[in-house]
Write a protein that binds this ligand. Structure first.
Ligand SMILES: Cc1cc2nc3c(=O)[nH]c(=O)nc-3n(C[C@H](O)[C@H](O)[C@H](O)COP(=O)(O)OP(=O)(O)OC[C@H]3O[C@@H](n4cnc5c(N)ncnc54)[C@H](O)[C@@H]3O)c2cc1C
Length: 449
């Protein structure tokens, strides 16, 4: 039977793009954190929407479950096999159409990396609004499927706010396509919006029509040393009120800075250690430094380091962007990416440190979005007691068990902590309607039921 499926897939994409060899397949089987993965039945690498549709039909005929995969930088185990699924890699759908300068939009293939998209937009005098550390590998398809966030959400919103239209292959092999770039289109349900954040469970994204933003050449980057989360929020409130050019507000704590330094990813610019650090970046057409300086003038911060050239800017960002890698170098972390209402963030951070008695807690996040990445190191990766404890705290504080990485496999059993039975029933109804045989990414997002 496996050979029949393999032959059917080879007829669609060519023999060279159906991988069965254990060595070739291995790179698609384990996730970035090393925590999730399993054996793939096969890996298929289609190169066009038509081929993706053919692959889905062949899998549907064989009753074979599919795991869509982009850059495999996802952090919740949703893009790797659990055991026996066909991995459909979208990496070869890497076409980038010419930027439409009038609409300030571009159509990109699912396999285009964030970095390639950013470069393409830049070459046309524009910019793509989403940015984060995995830019060299994360793909448009994966970003759409997870509704990726990143550093600039505070200014431009998440991936959902950038998606003007999508093309996708549904579970029966049919293709839906809305790529004309209509900003106003209220003719019925917004299917692209439904697919954003669906984590490969409702359809396979093949292309996206994306909004671009003005390219802002002047930047001001500063690292503020503050007393703690409360002070970080005060700083943020002031910046939000007065600094129109605000683009990123990232919070780190002492333990994160020490970890990044110890693992060799960056160094603390201050002479004395401080409890918390807020990395702020502003972007505008003319130098935003005065605007930033004016806004923080009256604030009681402990210290500030300002980047005056691109090397210094990179050094400040290395502290923040080195964090996920530094954590990974210490071992397989318990990784929770949560959000809470802004006002409760300091209390939540304190409660996490109190509740997690064992292991090393590393907190950081996109503080303007109420988004904290909670990492716990030094515990058995398979013992989920700590995950349960932290996510219960999230629910108690009125937050969400996933701020930006998605539910994947990792959080499926906790979806009900912050989504109601009625909401989950509606999600199951949508899933059943679009994928009645449950072929697309089974077990991801919605636990069986
Ligand atoms: C160092 C680092 C930093 C990160 N920082 C951030 C951050 O700041 N903000 C943030 O939001 N995320 C962040 N992430 C998480 C990750 O990069 C994003 O979730 C990303 O969007 C995943 O893209 P990908 O192409 O790697 O997708 P994958 O990992 O391949 O897949 C992710 C999910 O999307 C599905 N999928 C992939 N492609 C498709 C497709 N074409 N159609 C349908 N479903 C698909 C998969 O099945 C899976 O469920 C970070 C990751 C790393 C490693």
């Amino acid at each position: 039977v496996a050979d029949a499926l393999r032959a059917a897939l080879a007829a669609v994409v060519g023999d060279a793009h159906v991988l069965a060899d254990r060595e070739l397949v291995a790179g698609y089987e384990r996730d970035w954190t090393g925590r999730f993965g399993g054996e793939a039945r096969l890996v298929v690498r289609p190169a066009s929407t038509e081929e993706v549709a053919g692959v889905v039909r062949a899998c549907a005929d064989a009753g074979a479950a599919i795991v869509p995969q982009g850059g495999n930088t996802g952090l919740v185990g949703g893009g790797v096999p659990r055991g026996g699924e066909v991995v459909v890699s979208l990496a070869r759908l890497d076409g980038l159409e010419a930027v439409d300068p009038l609409a300030a939009q571009v159509t990109a293939g699912a396999g285009v990396t964030l970095e390639a998209l950013q470069g393409h937009a830049r070459a046309a005098g524009l910019a793509f609004a989403v940015d984060y550390g995995a830019r060299s590998a994360a793909t448009v398809g994966g970003m759409v499927a997870t509704n990726a966030g990143g550093m600039h959400v505070v200014r431009y919103g998440t991936m959902r706010a950038q998606v003007v239209g999508l093309e996708a292959v549904l579970a029966d092999g049919s293709v839906i396509s809305r790529l004309t770039g209509l900003i106003k289109d209220n003719a019925g349900y917004d299917l692209p919006s439904l697919l954003v954040g669906s984590e490969g469970t409702l359809g396979i994204v093949t292309r996206a029509r994306l909004r671009l933003v003005p390219r802002l050449g002047e930047r001001a980057t500063a690292l503020f040393a503050v007393e703690g989360a409360e002070a970080a929020l005060e700083l943020f409130a002031e910046l939000r009120r007065h600094v129109g050019s605000l683009e990123a507000v990232e919070l780190m704590f002492r333990e994160g800075i020490e970890l990044v330094e110890a693992e060799g990813f960056g160094s603390d610019p201050f002479d004395v250690p401080h409890p918390a650090y807020v990395l702020v970046e502003c972007a505008a057409r003319t130098d935003p430094m005065d605007e930033l300086a004016e806004a923080v003038d009256a604030l009681d911060v402990r210290d500030v380091a300002v980047a005056s050239d691109s090397n210094q800017r990179a050094a400040l960002w290395a502290l923040r962007e080195g964090l996920p890698e530094a954590i990974n170098q210490r071992g397989v972390p318990h990784k929770l990416d949560v959000s809470v209402p802004l006002a409760t963030l300091p209390a939540f951070a304190d409660a996490v440190r109190e509740r997690v008695a064992e292991g090393e807690v590393v907190l950081f996040g996109h503080v303007g979005d109420g988004n904290l990445h909670v990492n716990v190191l030094g515990l058995d990766p398979d013992d989920e007691t700590v995950d349960q404890a932290v996510l219960e705290l999230v629910a108690e504080h009125g937050g969400s068990v996933s701020a930006e990485h998605g539910i994947g496999i990792a959080k499926a059993r906790w979806l009900s902590l912050t989504r109601s039975p009625e909401e989950i029933a509606a999600m199951h109804a949508i899933k059943r309607a679009l994928d009645p045989a449950g072929l697309l990414n089974p077990g991801v997002l919605l636990a069986a039921g």
